[in-house]
Design a protein around this ligand. Structure first.
Ligand SMILES: Nc1nc2c([nH]c(=O)n2[C@H]2C[C@H](O)[C@@H](COP(=O)(O)OP(=O)(O)OP(=O)(O)O)O2)c(=O)[nH]1
Length: 341
């Protein structure tokens, strides 16, 4: 494909088992027009007039590129593959979008799927992928959405994704030419990414209460007194939050051995047990497990820190921890490090 000026070629498409979510292309306009200029689709969308003129599709596609470039909204084509005369061919199925609120702490989710693709779980698969990506990559804490009061199909999609009802409102629908009653929905990080568990690697469940999970973590401190934080990647619980490097202690491992292994695997550095000074610990009740996390201090290691798994890393002065959203278990640790360092 040739990329015309303004096309957000840097955006790496998001993939699911069946779908690809990528910026819209100019050549999508014909299919987009055909799918949206359908009363059954248009009547559920607040910002789409009906009938939907062909020229609007071109204009709208161009406007989505500028919004992605500005980091304000991600309107993505949902594409799949269908058998064609020359083998499988890419087909536009619908669109999914996230638009940041003015304060950039929340985003609004929207989506539509062409009528002939209804009933296959496309909206759930595409919107779930985009929500999880956004919670891991953007500094947002939650996502909201709305569905027409009589659009049970859309409400079911939102519920399946973990959204919870958040009231009712009237919203203007261009296609209807009038304000319509909508149900509002909201999802936070935990609801939408299942971040409170499951506790893979957790110890066997005791008779009562959630299982205990032992995780070893370290504050690596450099010569300037800065501490290394790593951003939890998409797909992991608590994605997008900044944490101390470390990981679960495997059966038969000591916390020190687990840390030495994790630091090699994740950061490609060599640490010896004698350089891991026990500092404090976190004991925190997550919904599905209880976290027990010794935190060590380490000022000496071999090699140069490198993000082996592509995770974002930051060397942060303790005073500046406030600028990095961290898991709830880490809050008391942060205060202690600030006092100590
Ligand atoms: N490493 C680390 N984990 C933390 C911190 N705070 C906090 O709540 N946790 C929680 C998040 C996870 O539920 C758990 C660590 O599990 P993990 O999934 O990252 O462990 P791992 O690296 O062994 O991962 P995996 O191989 O199982 O994917 O501890 C922290 O500061 N550092």
């Amino acid at each position: 494909m040739t990329t015309p000026p303004g096309y957000p070629a840097d955006f790496v498409p998001l993939r699911t088992d069946r779908l690809t979510l990528r910026p819209l292309r100019a050549e999508d306009a014909t299919a987009l027009h055909r799918l949206v200029n359908d009363w059954e689709v248009a009547k559920t969308l607040a910002r789409v007039p009906f009938p939907y003129k062909r020229s609007l599709a071109d204009e709208w596609i161009l406007s989505t590129w500028a919004q992605i470039a500005a980091g304000e909204a991600w309107h993505l084509a949902i594409v799949g593959e269908e058998p064609g005369p020359d083998g499988p061919a890419e087909t536009l199925i619908g669109c999914v979008a996230l638009t940041l609120d003015a304060d950039r702490r929340q985003a609004e989710l929207g989506y539509w799927v062409g009528r002939r693709y209804w009933g296959h779980g496309v909206a759930t698969e595409a919107a779930g992928r985009l929500c999880r990506w956004a919670l891991a990559q953007l500094e947002i804490t939650g996502i909201h959405a709305s569905a027409l009061r009589d659009n049970a199909r859309s409400a079911a999609v939102l519920r399946r994704l973990g959204f919870r009802p958040a009231g009712e409102a009237m919203q203007t629908f261009l296609s209807r030419g009038a304000p319509m009653p909508v149900n509002l929905f909201h999802g936070g990080r935990e609801e939408l990414t299942g971040d409170a568990g499951p506790a893979a690697g957790a110890a066997a469940a005791p008779l009562a209460g959630p299982p205990l999970m032992l995780v070893a973590a370290v504050a690596l401190v450099d010569a300037d007194g800065r501490v290394l934080l790593a951003r939890r990647p998409e797909g992991k619980p608590l994605a997008g939050l900044w944490e101390f490097p470390g990981g679960k202690v495997k059966p038969g491992e000591t916390p020190e051995a687990a840390l030495i292994r994790e630091l090699k695997e994740e950061l490609d550095i060599d640490v010896s047990a004698s350089c891991l000074a026990p500092f404090t610990f976190a004991s925190h009740a997550y919904e599905k497990f209880h976290l027990m996390m010794p935190l060590y201090l380490c000022r000496k290691w071999g090699g140069t820190v490198r993000a082996v798994e592509g995770q974002a890393l930051a060397w942060v002065r303790p005073k500046q921890f406030g600028g990095y959203a961290m898991p709830p278990a880490d809050r008391p640790l942060v205060a202690m490090l600030q006092d100590f360092l």
